[in-house]
Design a protein around this ligand. Structure first.
Ligand SMILES: [Zn+2]
Length: 615
């Protein structure tokens, strides 16, 4: 018999109808009913048709350009409501086929909208920029769009002629093949191994089960067995994984050379106008700041009483402590935790918690995980699967950070700049978590709760910062191999990964040969190259901002709050590096990245003290 490796059995799921309304989001803020949704859908369809009819008019002058921009805004605003009403309803219970059909109906309309607007960029870019700048100079209502329009011209530098673009669009059909094959090999075709645990029970190692054993099983022998069995599955087809990754690397090289970028990294960063030095600085400064990471692992080894300490020993809790955190309690704590950001911000968090914007509890058929949905023109909605654990509390704090970003951005920006980029998005969410941690640490009276809180925060830094920078380093080294015309082999990739593990952990870890193949089980390397570094830059920005909020005179701190709120209010009105630098964060400087190592160092010291106090 196969038994689950997690210790706590899940609570009995309540049907959605049994959950009180105040714990369920109220979607009538978007539309009263499906009739309202249908008429908005029809209006959207009509407007998409009207946009297509504007083709060929832009050169007539500023009036026509303004008309196109305004109609595009109208379509965008309606799109949020029409999409999210169906999408959020669907996530309440994904077994509902009728709602799923409506959701797909919107997706079909999106495809139509894409076709109906494809003419705009090439037609605009045929008009010389100085001409359009003249129009914007004369017309205030057109000047609103200056950043959006000028950014299109900036990106034009790497757009090919019609023939070239046509060729690239034909090639794009093959470009997803390596990742499709990766998904099939690692998911659809995978045979999950089964191991026998020290209790005699058997466990089948899906990814979830594997993680659960590493995070809950107190037997090192069991964790080691899970690690070896799980990685051996990848090892048996490691040359196929290397060949697929070679496909990813050569595809990236093909596009970057076709579009005349100097490197694959430059091609990946150009869209957000990020200098490549940001990634180089991130990697170098992080490698120089690994001592607190090693200190943490040495401390863990000692507290756990292990004679050898492996990668599979890094997520087991230091103490057993399972306090429950009922949602009703957290409703008071979360607003209190953001007090350092001012009463205005605090009031908005309280309103968000009390206005039925949040779908709190799990029910049969509900979408798993958590998110914040920015429904423009209404308000953000948050989906949770709140289960009274500490993780669930921090998830709420995280999603609230995203939601406050949406509220402030939507309130202060015209529609065209209301959405923010991923490069900034995880700053408010991680900062919200950091504030909540400070609040909980100050409140905790039980030493063991302090230890759990500190471990939660430290593990967050390790997984969203150090691990992601290590991944970014791996991707960069692998891409540079193909850029230099070097071969890509399973052995070579394993060597890069193993050397990085050692560079980060030094003598704090005992190394297993099987760790060499870890790169093959990271889906991001195959699906979205050069993406994960953004988690790390967001984390560094947030650490730097936390430092500014907590240090200096009252006036210094007040100024730091103002700069931070301005960042949230700025939405997507400029390039992310510009917005962050106005908030006092310069990601090209080593000290910004060092703020994370300093934060980690402080937390490890607190953890040492808490463990000492426990005796
Ligand atoms: Zn997030």
């Amino acid at each position: 018999m196969t038994s689950p490796a997690t210790t706590a059995p899940g609570p009995q799921l309540r049907e959605r109808a049994e959950i009180a309304d105040r714990f369920k989001w109220n979607l009538t803020d978007i539309f009263a009913d499906w009739t309202g949704w249908q008429s908005a859908y029809d209006e959207l369809d009509t407007k998409i048709g009207a946009y297509a009819a504007l083709q060929g008019t832009l050169e007539e002058g500023p009036d026509r350009l303004l008309a196109a921009m305004k109609l595009s805004d109208d379509i965008g605003q309606l799109t949020y409501k029409v999409w999210y009403f169906a999408g959020l309803k669907y996530d309440e219970d994904q077994r509902d086929n009728a709602i799923n059909a409506r959701r797909q109906q919107v997706q079909i309309l999106f495809a139509k909208a894409n076709q109906a607007s494809a003419w705009f960029n090439p037609e605009l870019l045929k008009i010389p920029l100085p001409t359009v700048q003249g129009w914007m100079h004369d017309r205030a209502d057109l000047a609103v769009y200056r950043f959006a329009i000028e950014d299109l011209y900036r990106q034009q530098e790497h757009v090919l002629d019609d023939k070239g673009e046509h060729l690239l669009s034909l090639a794009s059909r093959f470009s997803t093949s390596p990742n499709d094959a990766y998904a099939a090999l690692s998911t659809a075709d995978v045979k999950h191994p089964t191991i026998t645990l020290s209790t005699g029970a058997q466990a089948t190692l899906t990814y979830g089960q594997y993680r659960a054993i590493l995070a809950t099983n107190r037997s090192q022998t069991d964790r080691a067995a899970a690690f070896h069995a799980y990685h051996r599955v990848y090892e048996t087809t490691i040359n196929t994984y290397a060949s697929l990754y070679n496909g990813v690397l050569h595809r990236d090289l093909f596009y970057s050379r076709s579009r005349d970028y100097r490197s694959t990294l430059e091609a990946a960063l150009h869209g957000n106008n990020i200098p490549t030095a940001v990634v180089d600085n991130l990697i170098e400064s992080t490698k120089a700041g690994t001592e607190p990471l090693r200190r943490y692992h040495r401390l863990r080894k000692r507290v756990l009483g292990l004679t050898s300490y492996h990668s599979y020993d890094t997520s087991i809790p230091l103490v057993d402590f399972d306090r429950k955190y009922p949602y009703e309690d957290v409703l008071a704590w979360l607003p209190a935790s953001v007090e350092p950001l001012g009463t205005g911000y605090l009031g908005q968090v309280r309103a968000a918690l009390e206005s039925r914007w949040i779908d709190v509890y799990e029910n049969p058929g509900k979408r798993s995980g958590a998110y914040s949905a920015p429904v423009y023109g209404v308000h953000p909605y948050m989906l949770l699967n709140y289960n009274d654990t500490l993780d669930a509390v921090f998830t709420l704090a995280h999603e609230m950070g995203h939601s406050m970003h949406t509220i402030l951005s939507n309130a202060h920006q015209p529609f065209v700049y209301s959405a923010y980029t991923i490069f900034v998005a995880e700053v408010p969410s991680t900062l919200s978590e950091a504030l909540f941690l400070d609040y909980m640490l100050a409140k905790a009276t039980d030493e063991r709760e302090r230890i759990v809180l500190l471990q939660h925060a430290i593990d967050g830094i390790v997984s969203t910062f150090y691990t992601q920078v290590l991944f970014a380093d791996f991707e960069l080294q692998a891409h540079r191999l193909v850029e230099d015309g070097q071969p890509i082999t399973a052995e070579g990739l394993g060597e890069i990964y193993f050397n990085l593990l050692k560079a980060y952990h030094g003598d704090a870890l005992d190394y297993d040969e099987l760790s060499r193949i870890t790169w093959s089980r990271i889906p991001h390397f195959f699906s979205t190259p050069y993406y994960v570094y953004q988690y790390a830059t967001c984390f560094a920005s947030s650490a730097q901002l936390m430092k500014q909020l907590a240090t200096g005179s009252d006036a210094d701190r007040a100024a730091a709050i103002e700069r931070y709120l301005t960042l949230l209010k700025s939405g997507g009105s400029d390039h992310p590096m510009t917005l962050l630098s106005r908030a006092g964060v310069d990601l090209s400087k080593p000290e910004t990245v060092r703020a994370v190592a300093e934060q980690l160092d402080g937390l490890v010291t607190k953890l040492e003290q808490a463990i000492g106090a426990l005796g």
